[in-house]
Design a protein around this ligand. Structure first.
Ligand code: SAH
Ligand code: SF4
Length: 380
């Protein structure tokens, strides 16, 4: 049996056409669009000002299904919570709710898995999944926004959950178009591992979200090691693509940098990073590594002193930098870990462990979450 199409998968213009075919008068179509894109209705029955007969006709052809929440972590000290959703085909994805004073951020997944395969990332460790549909991305957003009754004007969205958003380009763009109905583009950030063709395509759009790029290593050799995609898109070419990315007035690029103890956290690495990004209008977001039993045993979070040293060196080389230390930010950086806990270990994972020479597999403790979000000596 053919399942009905989900109306949330249609870009606003396509939705208008689709509704135009079965809905009249035209103002009704507008009302339906508002129920969806402004209020995030997940059933036609919720649309109380739409005649019952019309709701029934819509339900014959279409659905408005969102993914279902299967688990929520208990709120951390700062109120942040991670959500585990299940999709129609049984795949599971994560999102994070992060209240931050006057503003609230929701971190969304763009894929169920990730083919990029960064060696420090649990999502990458479990391998490629599939692209999420617009309905699945919007569903994460509206479900969490409703649960916490967050006013739209306080909302920020970051695509920093599971997956590589620029490898799910078309669905990402549809999702952005719907989100723009409620949120200005500057309230949305897309984080990428640096898919150059995707960056160039994003640059060509009329409206741009903020851009965060995971650099994570200060040179080609080390970036290849921890982000194998660097062989395909070399670090210098990536930086060149960032130089040509159109930046709106008052905006900065974010350069994400996962700090791994003894690997890329030395003052000399900070200097190399400062050189690499020289001339870019960018700030660095240093992210202390989040340990996980599925990741290589040698990967460790640096000590606070090492983090401070790295940050101070960047600052002294004229780089603006923030450190992600709040619990919410930390659990967001660890997207994939909640799903990973429940996932049966694959053969690949066992093989990788053997190759690593890891014998015990003992769960390492998550870094004690510091419950402050510290802006580290921002310098303009
Ligand atoms: N695929 C996109 C967005 C999802 S990953 C990207 O790579 O940018 C979001 C961020 O989490 C990235 O900056 C990534 O480097 C970081 N990250 C992944 N695993 C991490 C871990 N174990 N500890 C800390 N940060 C991690
Ligand atoms: Fe994919 Fe981003 Fe994880 Fe790399 S860090 S594997 S690109 S989700």
């Amino acid at each position: 049996m053919k399942t009905n199409d989900n109306l949330y998968d249609l870009a606003p213009r396509r939705l208008e056409q689709a509704l135009g075919e079965i809905v009249s008068p035209p103002f009704r179509a507008k009302q339906i669009e508002e129920w969806m894109h402004v209020r995030g209705a997940d059933s036609f029955d919720a649309m109380t000002n739409i005649p019952k007969e019309l709701r029934a006709r819509l339900a014959e052809r279409y659905t408005l299904d969102f993914p279902h929440v299967v688990e929520r972590t208990t709120p951390a000290g700062d109120g942040s919570q991670k959500y585990l959703f299940t999709l129609n085909d049984g795949q599971r994805i994560e999102s994070v709710y992060m209240p931050m004073g006057e503003r609230t951020s929701i971190c969304l997944s763009s894929q169920a898995g990730c083919a990029v395969g960064c060696t420090f990332c649990v999502t990458g460790f479990f391998g490629a999944g599939r692209n999420l549909t617009p309905a699945e991305m919007l569903g994460q957003f509206f479900t969490i926004q409703h649960e916490h009754a967050v006013p739209m004007e306080q909302m920020n969205v970051v695509f920093m959950g599971m997956g590589e958003p620029l490898l799910n380009f078309e669905h990402l763009v549809t999702t952005l178009e719907v989100l723009y109905r409620n949120l200005a583009p500057k309230r949305i950030t897309v984080s990428t591992s640096g898919i150059i063709p995707g960056l160039d395509e994003l640059a060509r759009l009329d409206r741009h979200p903020n851009l965060a790029v995971s650099i994570n290593a200060p040179d080609q050799r080390r970036r290849e090691e921890i982000m194998p995609i660097t062989k395909k898109y070399p670090i210098e070419e990536l930086i060149a693509s960032l130089r040509r990315f159109p930046l709106e007035k008052g905006r900065d690029l974010t350069i994400e940098y996962v700090l791994l103890a003894g690997y890329n956290d030395a003052p000399s690495d900070a200097i190399a990073l400062a050189r690499l990004i020289r001339g870019l209008r960018a700030k660095v977001n240093a992210i202390p590594f989040n340990a996980d039993p599925n990741l290589p045993a040698w990967m460790k979070r640096p000590s606070d002193a090492a983090i401070d040293r790295f940050v101070d060196t960047l600052v002294s080389h004229g780089v603006r930098v923030t450190v992600r230390r709040s619990k919410g930010r930390e659990i967001a950086a660890a997207c994939g870990q909640l799903r990973g806990k429940a996932e049966p270990r694959s053969r690949a994972s066992r093989e990788r462990e053997l190759a690593d020479g890891r014998v015990d597999g003992a769960a390492r403790v998550q870094p004690a979450g510091e419950q402050r979000h510290r802006v580290h000596r921002e310098r303009r």
